[in-house]
Write a protein that binds this ligand. Structure first.
Ligand code: FE2
Length: 385
């Protein structure tokens, strides 16, 4: 996160003795990224955070390509992914490459028996349905429909749901997830022309300190393998922390759209970026206002980009038949554009209520069998008149 935040109690000087009221010292942890050069925070634990008691047999979660090299446009019915009680079991990777894993999930239950840490990927959880609290070792963040939860690699967390009907779109990024470079100044502050600002971020606001000893399972994902590590102390035993490395939430409903007289390209919708990919938010907005404007997009072939679009709500202007939770994938190498009639329909329209999340990758996305199981086999022919 490009701003400073602190919660709880911390000593006035870093790396100095921080005494517990009952005697003894708190245990300091530097929690950094990208070696010692990325975002970092200093955490103060009640117990030594290194007390591994046991490590169970690993579980390989490496996604397998059912469709690797391809040029066929795809439409996936995302809500056909079945609800599953457990959060981790519910995560179904549908698309992936070396930069990102993109998963759908419909978890029904809160995580109570274990904690989760993704050791080598930042996670962006988009909440399409559901309400609850993201609980982490650096504090809690309430979430609801439309929230992006950005969870840096290494943050130990639990998802606590108030609801049973939950739908998440999950992007695992093997590089840090950042805000767009062109919206930040040299100091990281968001500029005036950015479609969102720091006030739209919700940092952890409530720090729960659990001074508990026992068996605590932290399921740790590293290199697409899940390791079940048992610790001797509760992972949420932090009494205070400060720094720049922490999870945060931002609602897609707080993204202020940029509009123009003629059609503006997808970069105006950009919300996040990582290495070789961007995440964009398409939100309700007024249409282009040139007297001869065509609000629907032109046909385009960004020849070296795959374009994944996840439909959240509202009518999507360029498609003839989409439902909530559908995912379109328009692969690099082939041209795509509005469906027959969509361009004509858009002329004269004043506004759109569409809500969608787009992930554009510079490297081709592969499809898993789970993706093929929910795909419309005839979608790629749907432009033929
Ligand atoms: Fe497109």
């Amino acid at each position: 996160m490009p701003f400073y935040h602190k919660l709880g109690k911390i000593p006035p000087k870093r790396h100095t003795q921080f005494e517990k009221p009952e005697g003894g010292l708190y245990y300091e942890q530097l929690f950094g990224t990208e070696g010692f050069h990325g975002f970092a925070s200093l955490l103060y634990h009640v117990h030594r955070p290194t007390q591994v008691k046991d490590i169970a047999a690993p579980i390989d979660l490496t996604p397998i390509a059912a469709l690797d090299k391809h040029v066929k446009a795809q439409m996936l019915r995302g809500f056909d992914v079945k609800p599953v009680a457990d959060f981790l079991d519910s995560r179904t990777i549908v698309l992936f490459n070396n930069d990102v894993n993109i998963a759908l999930a419909a978890p029904q239950k809160s995580m109570t028996s274990y904690f989760y840490k993704n050791a080598d990927a930042d996670e962006v959880l988009f909440v399409h349905k559901g309400k609850g609290v993201l609980k982490t070792l650096v504090g809690n963040i309430p979430f609801s429909y439309g929230d992006y939860l950005v969870i840096p690699r290494g943050i130990i967390y639990q998802m606590e749901f108030e609801t049973e009907d939950n739908r998440l779109l999950i992007v695992e990024s093997f590089s840090p997830v950042l805000t767009p470079r062109n919206y930040r100044n040299n100091f990281g502050q968001l500029l005036e022309h950015s479609p969102f600002c720091e006030r739209d971020y919700r940092a952890p606001s409530e720090l729960e300190t659990h001074d508990e000893i026992g068996d605590f399972i932290v399921k740790t994902k590293k290199q697409n393998v899940l390791h079940e590590i048992t610790y001797a102390t509760h992972p949420f035993d932090v009494v205070g922390w400060d720094g720049y490395n922490f999870p945060y939430a931002m609602s897609i409903h707080d993204f202020e759209p940029i509009t123009g007289r003629i059609h503006l390209p997808p970069p105006i919708h950009q919300n996040f970026e990582g290495h070789n990919f961007v995440i964009c938010s398409f939100v309700p907005r007024l249409y282009d206002y040139h007297p001869k404007a065509i609000p629907a997009p032109y046909n385009h072939s960004n020849i070296d980009s795959d374009e994944m679009l996840y439909y959240v709500d509202g009518d999507f202007m360029s498609r003839n038949h989409v439902e909530k939770g559908y995912i379109s994938l328009h692969p690099a190498g082939v041209v795509h554009g509005p469906h027959p009639g969509a361009m004509e329909r858009s002329i004269g329209k004043k506004e759109t209520g569409e809500l969608a999340v787009m992930v554009d990758t510079f490297k081709p996305l592969k499809l898993t069998q789970a993706a093929l199981d929910i795909s419309d086999p005839d979608y790629f022919k749907s432009w033929v008149e």
